[in-house]
Design a protein around this ligand. Structure first.
Ligand code: FES
Length: 77
């Protein structure tokens, strides 16, 4: 599976000890790209658990659609 994710950030976010979860003692960085609290995981990745292998998805406003493919303007991958 693949997922189209759009980001507006143009630079890094520096994390520090204030970002640690008080209960778990760690920092969970979102790797699915869907968190509303990006770059921190908010649990939204659970919506990806039933994604099918070989399928490309687009998530918008809480909805998920299957798309044919991601086409890049420059033809890249
Ligand atoms: S990994 Fe993206 S919300 Fe958890």
């Amino acid at each position: 599976m693949a997922r189209e994710v759009r980001h507006d950030a143009t630079g890094p976010l520096k994390v520090d000890e204030d970002d640690f979860d008080d209960e778990k003692g760690n920092i969970a960085i979102c790797m699915c790209g869907l968190s509303s609290d990006y770059p921190f995981c908010d649990g939204t990745h659970r919506t990806t658990r039933d994604e099918k292998s070989g399928t490309v998805y687009r998530y918008e406003d809480g909805d998920r659609r299957e798309i044919e493919e991601i086409v890049y303007k420059d033809g890249g991958e």
